[in-house]
Design a binder for this molecule. Structure first.
Ligand code: NDP
Length: 323
């Protein structure tokens, strides 16, 4: 038997229930992992509220984790019991153990602790996607980054600085601004008001070639207004709600803009992409270029409190559960 957090319907944090379940048996191509640390990400909240749909109820939330292989199902050749592993995007993470398709898991190097892995697999690979794939940033570029002190945000600031990119970070408080600065943001804007005017001032009128917007509904139009002609709007999250009702003409009138809505699952669909991105991420952590800040740690039974903290904007860096 093992303990996991399940939901039987969409709703507030109260739908997250701690339950005792029979230990699962790995099927063909799967492994069973004893989880040492579990990531809590904004996407978990979208799945809890029903903005994103789970395949069926009851469902175990959580996309990201790290631990030790306990058993391997038929046909698994890459992993064996005792191996240290981690994964970024597989629903079913909030539990003391879990089964998972072996091709969605990567070997965890001995010098990366479990808590760091659970704090960076999804968020770090998202940054890899944003800065290296969605738009390959170039040294000397200036980018606008929302939620710059969040889990994705702090890693984005560090990685962008490493690549010689100037980050203008947007945050809600001075304290978060200071943290983002320490993590590589060159300039900080507190609050979303008059965003375009403040970006114009910081860029001497040039505006920015790329905006990374994870806030969604509340900031979408303001973010478009910060772009230089032919600029790229990367709308990659919905922390304030989903963006709806876009007219493509909005892109024309603001200077022939580009718009993309990337999802990490698509970018990691090929196992080769998952392995290559993870290798790059782990290398940068080992080299000390990236430091994963675990801002909040909760016990597994407190998954609801962890999500409430994330939703209420009181967290910085990554949030994890320790089973
Ligand atoms: P964060 O740690 O960044 O937390 C969310 C932050 O968003 C808050 O701390 C807050 O920062 C800011 N925010 C602004 N407005 C709101 C609001 N109305 N409600 C709540 N928060 C708000 O979370 P994560 O690092 O887990 O994720 C960051 C974003 O990246 C999320 O939107 C997530 O969906 C997205 N994402 C997308 C992926 C993809 O594949 N497309 C993959 C991974 C993450 P502040 O107080 O400074 O405003």
């Amino acid at each position: 038997m093992y303990k996991a957090i399940r939901i039987h319907g969409y709703g507030g944090p109260e739908v997250l229930q701690l339950e005792t379940l029979p230990t699962p048996v790995p099927g063909r191509g799967e492994i069973l992992i004893r989880q040492e640390a579990i990531g809590v990400n904004y996407i978990d909240i979208y799945f809890r509220t029903g903005l994103y749909k789970v395949p069926a109820f009851p469902a175990i939330l959580g996309m990201e984790g790290a631990g030790v292989v306990m058993a391997a199902g038929a046909g698994v050749t890459d992993f064996e019991p005792g191996d240290r592993v981690a994964y970024p995007t597989a629903l079913g993470g909030y539990g003391e153990c879990r089964t998972i398709a072996a091709d969605r898991v990567v070997p965890l190097p001995p010098d990366i602790p479990f808590d760091i892995a659970a704090g960076c697999m999804l968020r770090g690979l998202t940054v890899h996607m944003l800065l290296r794939e969605v738009h390959a940033v170039r040294a000397g570029e200036t980018i606008l980054v929302h939620a710059a002190a969040g889990g994705v945000g702090l890693l984005l600031c560090q990685w962008a600085r490493h690549l010689g990119v100037r980050v203008i970070g947007v945050v809600s408080t001075e304290e978060k601004g200071e943290l983002a600065r320490q993590n590589g943001a060159a300039d900080i804007l507190v609050g979303h008001d008059n965003l375009a005017a403040r970006v114009r001032k910081l860029t001497d009128g040039a505006m920015v070639p790329v905006v990374y917007d994870s806030i969604g509904k509340d900031t979408f139009v303001a973010s478009l207004d910060c772009l230089a002609p032919h600029g790229l709007m990367v709308s990659y999250g919905n922390a304030s709600g989903e963006v709806t009702g876009i007219s493509v003409g909005m892109l024309a009138t603001r200077g022939s803009l580009y718009l993309t809505r990337p999802g990490l699952t698509t970018y990691l669909a090929q196992r080769s992409a998952l392995l290559a991105g993870s290798r790059e991420l782990f290398d940068l952590i080992v080299q000390g270029v990236l430091t994963v800040r675990i801002g909040q740690r909760f016990g597994l039974p407190d998954a609801g409190a962890a999500q409430t903290a994330l939703e209420s904007r009181t967290t910085t860096g990554s949030t994890i559960l320790l089973p």
